[in-house]
Ligand binder design. Structure first.
Ligand SMILES: NC(=O)c1ccc[n+]([C@@H]2O[C@H](COP(=O)([O-])OP(=O)(O)OC[C@H]3O[C@@H](n4cnc5c(N)ncnc54)[C@H](OP(=O)(O)O)[C@@H]3O)[C@@H](O)[C@H]2O)c1
Length: 283
C-alpha cells in the first residue's frame, strides 16, 4: 500500500481517469481527482463511495487548457497534500473526420488539449518532482501514437506529438529521479467514443466529397463497439506502473493495439495501408 503517496489525475469525471482515480485510492494513494467541470463529479463520487474510498479522494476543478492556472493549481495541491508522487496525464478527446474535411482550427483545438494541455500540466508538476527527487509522470497516449489511423489524423498527430515530447523528457529527467511513462491503450469502452468525440464540421457537410466514405466508416465504428474492452484493465496497469520504481517507457495495452502494432511491423507498408483501408471500409 502507498499510504502517504499523493497522485494527481486529470480528466477523472469519466472513463479511464475515473477508474484510475478509484483504483489508486484502493491501493492506498491519496488522490487529487481533477476535472474541468465539478458538476460532472457524480459518477466518480458514486464509484468511490461504492469502492469505500471516497475519503481518499480530493476532487478539484482543473482544465488542462487553462495553461496559466496550472502552476497555481499544483502549488495549491502541494500546500494541501505536501507532495505529488504520481501525475496521471489522462485528459483528452478526439476529433474525427477525413483530414480533407477538417478545419485547421479543429486540428489546433485537438492539439491544444491532447498535446499542449498535457505538456503544460507536466511542466507545472516538474519543479515539485525535481525538488522531491522522485515522481512518476504517466501519460495516457494511445496506439494512435504509434500508427496513423484513418479519420483520426488530428488525434494521431496529437498523440504522436505527446509520444515524441515524452520520450525526450524521459531522457532528460531520469537522473533527477523522475520516471516518464507512456500508456498506449487500444479500444476501451469509455465516453471518448460517444460524448467526447467531436465530428469535424466539414465531415457533417452534405457537400463533403467524403460523405459516403464517412458514412461507411461510421458504420464500421458502430459495429466494432462490441469489441471494446473494460477500461479497468488500463486503470489497473496505471497503478502497477505507479508502484514500479523502474517502469519501462511504453506500455501498449489491449489485444487490438498489440495486433495493430505487430502488423505494422511485419507487413510491408503498401500492403498494410490497403489492408486497413479495406478493413474500415474507406477504400
Ligand atoms: N477509450 C479508448 O479507447 C482510448 C484509447 C486510447 C487512448 N485513450 C485516451 O485515454 C484518455 C482518457 O479518455 P477516455 O477513453 O477515458 O475517455 P472519456 O471517458 O471521454 O474521458 C476523457 C476525460 O478527459 C476530460 N477532458 C477533456 N478535455 C479536458 C480538458 N481540457 N481539461 C480537463 N479534462 C478534460 C473529460 O472531461 P469532461 O467529462 O468534462 O468531458 C473526461 O473526463 C484520453 O487521453 C484518450 O485519448 C482512450
Amino acid at each position: 500500500m502507498a499510504e502517504d503517496k499523493v497522485a494527481v489525475v486529470t480528466g477523472s469525471s469519466s472513463g479511464i481517469g475515473l477508474l484510475t482515480a478509484v483504483e489508486l485510492a484502493l491501493n492506498g494513494y491519496r488522490v487529487v481527482a481533477t476535472m474541468r467541470n465539478l458538476e460532472s463529479r457524480g459518477r466518480l463520487e458514486e464509484a468511490a463511495q461504492k469502492a469505500g474510498v471516497r475519503d481518499r479522494l480530493d476532487l478539484r476543478r482543473l482544465d488542462i487548457t487553462e495553461f496559466d492556472s496550472l502552476p497555481g493549481a499544483v502549488e495549491a495541491i502541494v500546500r494541501d497534500h505536501g507532495r505529488v508522487d504520481v501525475l496521471v496525464n489522462n485528459a483528452g478527446f478526439s476529433v474525427a473526420g477525413f483530414a480533407e474535411d477538417m478545419a485547421l482550427d479543429e486540428l489546433r483545438h485537438q492539439l491544444e488539449t491532447n498535446f499542449f494541455g498535457n505538456v503544460a500540466m507536466t511542466k507545472a508538476v516538474l519543479p515539485v518532482m525535481r525538488a522531491q527527487k522522485s515522481g512518476h509522470i504517466i501519460t495516457v497516449t494511445s496506439v494512435a501514437g504509434r500508427l496513423g489511423q484513418p479519420m483520426l489524423s488530428a488525434y494521431c498527430a496529437s498523440k504522436y506529438a505527446l509520444e515524441g515530447w515524452s520520450e525526450s523528457l524521459r531522457i532528460e529527467t531520469h537522473s533527477l529521479g523522475i520516471r516518464v511513462v507512456l500508456v498506449e491503450p487500444g479500444s476501451y469502452d469509455t465516453d471518448i467514443w460517444t460524448r467526447n468525440v467531436m465530428i469535424a464540421k466539414g465531415a457533417l457537410d452534405p457537400a463533403s466529397p467524403n460523405k459516403e466514405r464517412s458514412q461507411r466508416f461510421a458504420e464500421f465504428i458502430k459495429n466494432s463497439a462490441r469489441h471494446r474492452r473494460d477500461a479497468r484493465e488500463v486503470a489497473k496497469l496505471i497503478v502497477r506502473i505507479a508502484r514500479d520504481p523502474n517502469p519501462k517507457l511504453r506500455y501498449l495495452i489491449g489485444t487490438d493495439a498489440k495486433v495493430q502494432v505487430w502488423l505494422k511491423r511485419i507487413v510491408p507498408w503498401r500492403k498494410y495501408e490497403r489492408m486497413i483501408a479495406k478493413a474500415v471500409k474507406i477504400d
